[in-house]
Design a protein around this ligand. Sequence first.
Ligand code: PHE
Length: 341
Amino acid sequence: MKSMLENIRREALDALGQAALPENVEALRVKYLGKKGELTAILKQMGKLSAEERPVMGQLANKVRGEIEQAIASAAAAAEERRLDLQLKQEALDVTVPGRSMTIGHKHPMYTVLDEIKDIFIGMGFRILDGPEIELAEYNFTKLNTDEGHPAREWSDTFYFTEDSSILLRTQTSPMQIRAMETYPLPLRVIAPGRVYRKDEVDATHSPMFHQIEGLVVDKGITMGDLKGTLNTVVEKLYGAGTKTRFRPHHFPFTEPSCEMDVQCHECGGVGCRVCKGEGWIEMLGAGMVHPKVLEGCGIDSSVYSGWAFGIGLERTALRRFNISDLRLIFENDVRFLTQF
Ligand code: PHE
């Protein structure tokens, strides 16, 4: 019996030393110490021993049982630790993996052009103004020398809010000339970008909402030469040194004299092509010397002060700048289009 006990002890301790998982340890506990276990079976045979042998074997059996129990406890602890280690490794979160980046959209090509134009004018000492899109007819028309009865005030062209035609969506940024002259001290150098509205059907070149930039300078001794010099500088900065301009006579109620400025076609250099429709020149903006009646209406002495103003369409400038053929692309905001610029 003694050698049986010692065999069991050796076997059990060996096996426990190799048990890797908690369930292996548990299986060994059942195998040796369970109700039908090997050690239990031997203990059941104690009754068959003689009176002298019984206490000696009893003591040995208890000692073996104690050793196996202890080995089970430490094997169980080690196995549990290994199991935890393994679980931690499998569920590990790698905080160094780069995150999924968010789609943050893209700057609109028209605002790229607007920012360039703003930068050029800021560099020349201009202030940038922002004004209301819902405007008084008095500012949009009357104070701009466009009296009642003038065809520009027709209901067919303008979005009015009131029956008496006194409040409207501005049709141009020119009312900002009046607001600037009424608000700020002279001399004045401002540009005012913003949305304007006209009753136009949407097509490749028209939209009921579009953007303009108004420009205004008022000081002593300002001439048409200042207007030309300033606009030529802007055009060269925008389209490259040497880009030529052309000033043609035109009519606006609030400037006298008035003109339109063309830019030499960037595509053909003035020879005539598809882009400029064979003209060699592309119309860019309306401008002129501020009408004395407009200055006087804002309380400015037109015998002392003079000024120039211009208004440029922003969408058209962006289309030309990026060779875009359809105005609608500017408003649709399809990212597949926007990300090309
Ligand atoms: N407001 C005019 C337009 O919309 C442009 C313009 C502005 C002309 C300033 C002269 C001076 O057509």
